[in-house]
Design a protein around this ligand. Structure first.
Ligand code: MN
Length: 543
């Protein structure tokens, strides 16, 4: 059963808008030439080069709250001696305005789409009180285009309507200062949004258009989003709040409580970590961390009274949560199971999570669109009481060697407690059963090299203190702690990504980095885990 997209609380009139803004944000496009998102709404136009069953250009004019649309097989031209055939097609939702990406095969219009031109337009006669929607109804629309490629006066004229109601029109450019004789759209094939061609977009699309979803949710980001860092002014404002108050951060108002409560006791001679420290860290790490959480259900490990008290898993989003938080209803939830999960899709949400007393952040390994198909295969090297750190490192190195041998790219991180995890990004496709079986086979092979270190027993007490190579987390609703998440331990250690060669660093420890030290490492080394977000690979068959 396919999953549904996250939804917003219906009580928020801007929910749809925010939802779209967040999820359609993509990485900075290379060579962007048009700030499409900042064009004033109301009289925008777009021309999309669309390779469906047949190549055509979709010429779309914003009017009456929709995109009135014509399919132009040969594309518009600046040559006034050429008239292009155009076919009036169904209106498109405004959300489609800047869509560039892929429409899945088998869906209506399946193929690839680029934003070939975009800008604003004027209806000549609008000042005389004539409505462009009426002009289209009357079969003649005069317009002045101000795009990147198309400029000047254009006319759309209806020439015939067949028995089935299919309207044939002509699109022509009038003689004006923008005339270019012999101008052919096919000689100007690049997107004004990304600088890319249809072939380039098809090979590595940023977005997918799911026409089975509501328009506001149909554009699915395939690349990690990018976020602005928290500003110094915002951090100063946090410091000025007393024990509780409202904090304007990342464009939202977060209500903060008990800011001076100690959540993590100190490690050694360090100062204890308060909720204010955790909230500040959440805001600082969010632009790096949110891409690992977005479009995934979040399981929160809450310790409202701090480390040392009993923590508990919190999955159901509480009714009092602010309406701007993205959420997802699990369509497969049985009676008594969690239905509505939080989805951390923007930095402000992580601030809310921290204030809620969630000290550890664990996202699902599948996305909400396809909850039964993981995007990562996970290896969890779980030390037993007798496992020494050098032994755990040896097991990690063996996995590295195995993955190299198999030609699989994998990234290690410290758990922040005692272990090491290895994440293997996979192209969506295999089921959890398949990734689990694959990881089990790799780990059993590795374990056979050092059998004296490893137990395959389920129960901790049966393991005789040996390490466990845990493949069982490759299952729906099982999670491993997210990279950069704090851990519920003194000093607020974090789960820190490392480079493979750091396994040989004698100073390495699984809880080496804390919320006080990881940001500097991130500054110096960058996000070592970032390739996990963009790598798509198939797991090779194991013999
Ligand atoms: Mn089309």
């Amino acid at each position: 059963m396919p999953g549904t997209a996250p939804r917003r609380a219906a009580s928020d009139p801007l929910a749809t808008y925010r939802y779209k803004r967040d999820f359609t944000r993509t990485r900075e496009p290379a060579g962007a030439t048009v700030p499409v998102a900042s064009l004033p709404a109301g009289n925008r136009f777009v021309v999309q080069r669309h390779r469906a069953r047949r190549l055509h250009y979709d010429f779309r004019l914003e009017m009456g709250g929709v995109l009135a649309s014509w399919a132009v097989p040969k594309g518009p031209t600046l040559d006034p001696s050429v008239r292009r055939a155009a076919f009036h097609v169904e209106d498109h939702p405004l959300e489609y305005y800047d869509f560039e990406g892929v429409i899945p095969a088998g869906e209506y219009g399946g193929g690839d789409v680029i934003v070939w031109d975009a800008g604003t337009w004027d209806h000549y006669y609008q000042r005389e009180g004539r409505d462009p929607v009426d002009a289209v109804g009357h079969g003649e629309l005069h317009m002045e285009l101000d795009g990147q490629k198309l400029k000047g006066k254009f006319v759309l004229v209806r020439t015939s309507v067949d028995d089935a109601g299919k309207e044939s029109w002509l699109l022509l450019h009038k003689k004006d200062e923008f005339v270019v004789a012999g101008w052919d759209a096919e000689e100007h094939p690049r997107s004004v949004l990304s600088g890319r061609t249809n072939d380039e977009v098809k090979a590595d699309p940023d977005r997918l258009w799911r026409s089975d979803l509501p328009a506001a949710e149909a554009a699915i980001a395939l690349h990690p989003p990018t976020f602005e860092p928290v500003s110094r002014a915002e951090l100063r404002a946090l410091d000025r709040i007393g024990v509780a108050g409202r904090w304007e951060v990342f464009g939202h108002e977060a209500r903060l409580t008990n800011l001076d409560k100690v959540l993590f006791p100190p490690r050694g001679r360090e100062k204890p970590v308060t909720k204010r420290d955790l909230v500040r860290y959440a805001a600082q790490i969010a632009p790096t961390l949110v891409p690992y959480l977005t479009r995934r259900a979040l399981n929160m490990h809450r310790f409202p009274n701090g480390v040392g008290t009993t923590g508990f898993w919190h999955k159901e989003l509480p009714g009092h949560a602010p309406s701007w938080l993205a959420r997802w209803d699990n369509p497969d939830a049985d009676q008594g199971e969690t239905l509505t999960y939080l989805v951390v899709d923007e930095p402000a949400t992580l601030v809310w999570v921290a204030n809620y007393g969630a000290l550890e952040w664990h996202a699902w390994t599948s996305r909400v669109e396809d909850p039964n198909r993981p995007t990562y295969a996970l290896v969890d090297l779980d030390p037993g009481e007798r496992t020494t750190w050098p032994e755990l490192l040896a097991l990690a190195r063996l996995h590295r060697t195995a993955f190299e041998h198999l030609g699989v790219e994998a990234w290690p991180k410290l758990t922040g407690r005692r272990g090491i995890q290895i994440w293997v990004p996979v192209e969506t496709g295999p089921s959890f059963d398949e990734t689990r079986e694959w990881v089990e086979r790799v780990s059993r092979t590795v374990g056979a090299v050092m059998p004296e270190l490893v137990s395959w027993k389920w129960q901790v007490r049966d393991r005789s203190g040996l390490a466990r190579l845990d493949y069982t987390q490759n299952a729906i609703n099982k999670t491993l702690v997210a990279p950069y998440s704090p851990r519920a331990a003194p000093g607020a250690p974090v789960s820190a990504p490392i480079e493979w060669d750091e396994l040989d660093d004698p100073g390495l420890r699984p809880d080496r980095y804390t919320i006080r030290t990881i940001l500097r490492r991130l500054d110096e080394r960058g996000d070592l885990f970032a390739p996990v977000l963009t790598t798509r690979q198939r797991l090779p068959t194991l013999h």
